[in-house]
Unconditional design. Sequence first.
Length: 79
Amino acid sequence: MNTCDELTHLLSTDFHVDPATIGMDKQLADYGIDSLGLVDLMFTVEEHFGVDLPSDMTPFRTLRTFAALVDRLRLQQAA
């Protein structure tokens, strides 16, 4: 399972988003995730992947950009 798949799984299970509606370039706000929900998602992702996300998630509003960030952080930690 790749990072995009794992994020899709987290959105569907923890945030009750229908997996059929999830798209990699769709805005997270399109799933009904407001700023408080984004913070909750950040904590969930940090725990799931074992990474520390930046406090400003503004540039990472789609699953594709979010997954790229998580992948980059995981590579940095492995080095």
